[in-house]
Design a protein around this ligand. Structure first.
Ligand code: MN
Length: 460
């Protein structure tokens, strides 16, 4: 761990972060950590890292909310530590109600939410506090490094990531676009605007948290709350940022350490559905198309949350899509999720290849999978997270599937007559050599059958 701290400080952005002078008069924060059957040593590690790696005067208190765990003695033991207060629930409440309980008990005007399985890194707190002090409507997260579940090895995460999701509303990390990464080279300490927060780790002004409606306390156990609070912050006038100079390690688990009353899938779908119903307007239909089972999950009453949305004059989801997350592809009759690129009875096929692999042609089976392609409004041809790329500007080049970075080699135009021409040079996607070299880019020829493609959407 100490070695990691050392390495972080030696790296370029670590160096740049060290050059920063944080404001002297930062406010103190209440740290809120909820737990339910967390390993005692893991919980202790979290608490100790907060105390050891934060300036003394910036930690007002650590509020531990014991969500009716099987071991009340863990909390009693921890409450002996300086500044630590423990609140125990009388019954299992789940993450959202527990966090609201912790927030209500907090005495500082800045709230810091952490998971019970974290390790704060050197200088993690100051950059976060500085940013929320500058503007209380900004909700900030650290870069979340990975702590291995098996041996507690600390693995630094890339700072070129932000949080996003697809229409199944499952959180995922996304690479910043090439232009954003370019801009960050000059100053890697700049905040990163993120459409979605990963979950448990963020800092928010307490008054703002309350004004914004805290959490949806009718959500149960865990899941979907990061989606809900992310939509709410953006749509109701705030913003979400990742602060790259702040680093907190988080233990990622392969499965949940505790039971989900009602089954984890149903609880997750119910919570997610509540968020979709309140915040997504008609766009929720795309979620239901992606996760059909969610249509049948009862989601309870959302009147309070709808009222909150009206009261705060929150913007519609279309605004969020346009201004915060324009990269999210809106399914249309022209491609979109579940589409394919056809040439007669054959389809463009990833052939099971992955990153940096080429693509081929294979008889259409119309069940998606390796033949699932979509074309975005800005000309990307996507297979899940990968984009069809012309690696070299020359005819005869095999096309590869690479991480979508918005660069010009990934931009295409679907012309009338079926040709798919590269945006910059006059080459078109061609299947004539697919058996030897995969699908290639060849000189455009409107008479060539091997260049004629039909975008076909399965849901239409
Ligand atoms: Mn966690």
């Amino acid at each position: 761990m100490e070695l990691f701290v050392f390495l972080i400080r030696c790296s370029f952005w670590g160096f740049m972060c060290r050059l920063k002078q944080w404001k002297q008069d930062l406010p103190a924060t209440s740290v809120i950590i909820t737990f339910h059957n967390e390993a005692r040593s893991t919980l202790l590690r979290t608490v100790v890292s907060v105390l050891n790696r934060s300036p003394e005067h910036l930690i007002k208190e650590i509020i531990l909310v014991d969500d009716f765990s099987d071991h009340p003695e863990d909390g009693e033991e921890l409450s002996k530590i300086h500044k630590v207060r423990v609140i125990r629930n009388e019954k299992r409440e789940g993450l959202m109600r527990s966090r609201v309980r912790g927030a209500d008990a907090a005495t500082a005007n800045v709230l810091t939410f952490l998971d019970s399985h974290c390790e704060c890194n050197a200088d993690w707190l100051e950059p976060l506090l500085e940013r929320v002090t500058e503007d209380p409507s900004i909700v900030v997260c650290p870069v979340i490094d990975v702590i291995s579940m098996d041996n507690f090895q600390y693995i630094g995460a890339s700072a070129d990531l932000r949080g996003g999701f697809d229409w199944s509303l499952v959180f995922k990390w996304e690479y910043l676009s090439q232009s954003e990464r370019q801009a960050r080279l000059k100053d890697p300490t700049q905040a990163i605007r993120t459409p979605m927060i990963a979950g448990g780790l963020f800092v928010i002004n307490k008054t703002y948290f309350e004004k914004l409606g805290k959490y949806d306390t009718q959500m149960d156990v865990w899941g979907g709350e990061n989606l809900e609070i992310s939509f709410r912050v953006w749509q109701c006038g705030g913003s979400l940022e990742i602060i790259p100079c702040s680093r907190v390690g988080h233990v990622f688990r392969k499965r949940h350490p505790y039971s989900f009353p009602g089954g984890s899938g149903n609880v997750f779908a119910r919570n997610t559905r509540r968020a979709a119903e309140v915040w997504m307007d008609d766009y929720k239909q795309f979620y239901y198309n992606a996760v059909p089972l969610a249509r049948n999950i009862p989601y309870g009453n959302i009147q309070d949350r709808m009222e909150l949305k009206r009261k705060l004059h929150c913007k519609p989801f279309s605004w969020y899509l346009k201004h915060v997350y324009p990269e999210l592809i809106i399914p249309t009759s022209e491609g979109g999720p579940g589409g394919s690129l056809k040439q007669g009875t054959a389809c463009l096929d990833s052939m099971g290849h992955l990153l940096d692999g080429n693509v081929g042609l294979y008889p259409c089976h119309d069940t998606g999978g390796n033949q699932e392609w979509s074309m975005t409004k800005d000309g990307l041809i996507k297979h899940h997270d990968l984009c069809l790329t012309l690696p070299v500007y020359a005819k005869g080049t095999s096309l590869l599937m690479q991480i979508c970075d918005g660069s010009e080699n990934q931009k295409w135009r679907h012309l009338e007559g079926g040709l798919i021409r590269h945006a910059r040079i006059p080459v078109c996607i061609d299947s004539r050599y697919h058996a030897q070299r995969g699908v290639t880019a060849e000189k455009c020829d409107s008479n060539a059958e091997s260049q004629r493609w039909h975008l076909y959407n399965h849901s239409h």
